[in-house]
Design a protein around this ligand. Structure first.
Ligand SMILES: Cc1cc2nc3c(=O)[nH]c(=O)nc-3n(C[C@H](O)[C@H](O)[C@H](O)COP(=O)(O)O)c2cc1C
Length: 324
């Protein structure tokens, strides 16, 4: 377990519209980080790439959270959780981390992570739970099996009937009272089941979204309990995180393509400039060659004139010697 120190108590707030993206090799080495990762963590891209993700691990994060993360990823499922990360200078930032395994032909090839701002109320719960886990303290709410809403409602009905039962015990024989009480209890149970049917339908759908995993820690951290509402809330958060992750990656890819096209335009402009320069230089060379050729012609012509003049002078000299 990596213990990155020192730490400060200064929190870096992640803004609403910020998505911190990264991809990780199966070896858990960081492959890609976006500009927001660099900005918030304070590490440069070169310092992050090739390093393990625990470079941003904060000592306040319990080992149990990461065990859960890796077990979920290796089973081929996505993981949603609240993570406290350490910046390069020791400051910290809290995020909602949605980490997914990316598969090709059914085999996991890499992991992707999208981190966003997390609600203050959720952070407060995560802080308390992680502290207890780090101190090996038992968290009662995480241990005891949740009492279902159906049971609670049924108990409520029974409690409401109790005064009637007690009063009737005084006036009528016990057997009648017990008979009436059991009929009332059956009616109360029927009513409870009927009233809570939509809740259990929603929970079943929620369970299909989050899978069969227990998700105890996440349910408690996000929903404050382990009951049916917490399961539904977690499923809604998972669905929201999934949708956000798709938008964030498409946006990131679009930005990369946009930047690449800007580079292409700049490079094309640069190349066009270079071609113009080359053209101008070629023209200059052509002009120079023309001039050179004109000069050579001139020299040749002059040489010929000189040669002719010499021949003529020679002939004249010889004919004047002949007269002598
Ligand atoms: C895609 C991906 C993203 C991760 N993001 C973080 C992160 O933001 N912070 C963090 O502490 N661990 C993150 N982890 C988990 C780390 O790999 C590591 O398990 C964790 O920091 C615990 O470190 P340790 O094994 O040295 O105790 C991530 C893992 C994956 C696969």
């Amino acid at each position: 377990m990596k213990n990155n120190l020192p730490v400060t108590d200064k929190e870096i707030t992640v803004n609403d519209d910020v998505s911190i993206l990264s991809t990780t090799e199966l070896s858990s080495a960081i492959k890609y980080v976006n500009a927001n990762f660099v900005k918030v963590s304070g590490f440069s891209e070169d310092e992050l790439r090739g390093q393990r993700h625990d470079i941003v691990r904060h000592p306040d994060m319990p080992q149990a959270a990461f065990k859960d993360l890796w077990e979920t990823l290796q089973s081929g499922e996505s993981w949603l959780g609240v993570v406290k990360n350490r910046c390069k200078n020791g400051d910290y930032y809290w995020v909602d981390a949605y980490v997914s395994p990316i598969k090709e032909k059914g085999k996991i090839t890499e992991y992707q992570s999208v981190c966003t701002k997390v609600d203050k109320e959720v952070v407060a719960r995560a802080e308390a739970v992680y502290k207890a886990l780090n101190e090996d303290k038992t968290i009662a709410a995480l241990k005891k099996p949740p009492v279902s809403q159906r049971t609670k409602l049924f108990a409520g009905f029974c409690l409401a009937l109790l005064p009637v039962v007690v009063t009737s015990l005084i006036n009528v024989p016990v057997i009648y009272t017990l008979l009436v009480a059991s009929v009332s209890a059956s009616l109360a149970w029927g009513l409870t089941t009927w009233l809570t049917r939509p809740l259990y339908r929603s929970r079943k759908m929620a369970q299909q979204i989050i899978g069969n995993k227990d998700y105890r820690l996440a349910k408690y951290v996000y929903g404050g309990s382990l009951n049916e509402f917490a399961t539904i809330e977690l499923a809604l958060r998972v669905a929201q995180a999934e949708r956000h992750a798709i938008v964030a990656w498409v946006d990131d890819a679009a930005t990369t393509v946009f930047e690449a096209s800007i580079n292409l335009v700049t490079n094309t402009e640069h190349a066009t400039g270079e071609i113009d320069k080359l053209y101008a230089q070629t023209n200059m060379i052509a002009v120079a060659m023309n001039e050179l050729s004109a000069t050579s012609n001139e020299i040749a012509k002059n040489a010929q004139t000189a040669a002719d003049a010499t021949t003529r002078a020679n002939e004249e000299t010889q004919s004047s010697w002949g007269h002598c």
